[in-house]
Each structure stands twice: as structure tokens, then as C-alpha cells.
Design a protein around this ligand. Structure first.
Ligand SMILES: [Zn+2]
Length: 180
């Protein structure tokens, strides 16, 4: 996570939905418990921490994603490969016939995968609606154009592993266009 970009979240309780999300503006390489804020399904903080009272503005989208997908954790990164791939394939990034697709729960062969690309917005409600519209793509992640990547999983480990797989696959797609 370059600079202070990106954020991580994990479900605390499902009913009512309570989510732990990294606070705004912190270096994700040196987090402690005070850098994490609990939010509700609308992204509103439940209680002010001593130092990190303000959840990331993107927390609302994290809460929305775990609410609609049933996932246990979300990782958001400003991966350069996702920004470049969103520019190259604004209607979605096509992937097929590569072993790494298994990491996204898809088949390594004969499976046409399209990683959705949605337009960016500073309005988390608007981004949430755009995400809802592409959930039927059947992949646990979405590229936000000129911004980055949101990935979800059953827990934080799976969300991180899938984030690494998405980054690898998007880089593969970009590099492959240079070869053909
Ligand atoms: Zn972001």
C-alpha cells in the first residue's frame, strides 16, 4: 500500500453488522489497534478512539461489500496494475486459461472470466450501487477506474491472497498485450 493509500476491514459481528476498518490517512505498514475503527453498515463510527477516531471515507464501501456479498473481510489497494488495466479495458478485464484463476474460485481452463471495472466516485453510495450492478460477474473483486481494486474474502487472509492474485492476473493481462 503506497503512501497512506488503501484500507483493510474485517467483520466483527454480522447482526447487527459491525466492521473494523483502518482509520483515515495512516501508514498501513505500521498499524496498531488504535489505527482501527469500528463502523456500522453505513460506514459511521461506533465509538471514538483515542487517536484514530475517523474511519476512512472508503469505510462505507467496505461495510456495503461485506453486507451484500456475505464476505468476512475486504482489502482495498491502489494497485497500479488495476489502474492501467481499467484504462485498457474499461468494460471489464478479460481473463482465461491461466492457473492463477483458481485463486479467485474460477477454473484454470475453459472459463471466461471478466473482472468488472466501475467508474470512480467520491460518493460511497454511488460506488456501492455501481458495485451491486456487476456482482454477477462471479469474481470476488472489482476494479475502480483510475483508483484501484476492492477484493473480498471469507477472512482477511483469503482477501489478501485474492488481492495478490488479482494484481498478478491484471499484470499478466497488461504484459500479454505487449507480446501479441
Ligand atoms: Zn482508495
Amino acid at each position: 500500500m503506497q503512501a497512506t493509500s488503501g484500507n483493510i476491514s474485517e467483520v466483527l459481528t454480522r447482526t447487527p453488522l459491525r466492521v473494523a476498518v483502518t482509520a483515515s490517512g495512516n501508514d498501513k505498514g505500521s498499524l496498531d489497534s488504535l489505527d482501527v475503527v469500528a463502523i456500522d453498515v453505513r460506514g459511521m463510527p461506533l465509538a471514538a478512539g483515542r487517536r484514530a477516531a475517523r474511519p476512512s471515507a472508503e469505510g462505507g464501501l467496505h461495510a456495503h461489500i461485506v453486507d451484500v456479498t456475505g464476505a468476512g473481510a475486504v482489502v482495498h489497494v491502489h494497485a497500479m496494475a488495476s489502474v492501467l488495466a481499467g484504462r485498457r479495458w474499461p468494460a471489464g478485464v478479460p481473463l482465461r486459461d491461466v492457473e492463477m484463476l483458481k485463486a479467485l474460485g474460477r477454473a484454470a481452463h475453459g472459463d471466461d472470466v471478466l473482472v468488472p471495472v466501475i467508474a470512480n466516485s467520491q460518493d460511497m453510495g454511488e460506488l456501492g450501487a455501481r458495485l451491486d450492478a456487476v456482482l454477477d460477474a462471479g469474481v470476488p473483486g472489482v476494479v475502480v477506474a483510475d483508483h484501484g481494486l476492492y477484493v473480498w474474502g471469507a477472512d482477511l487472509d483469503q482477501a489478501r491472497h485474492r488481492t495478490e492474485a488479482f494484481e498478478w492476473l491484471l499484470r499478466l493481462a497488461l504484459e500479454s498485450t505487449r507480446l501479441s
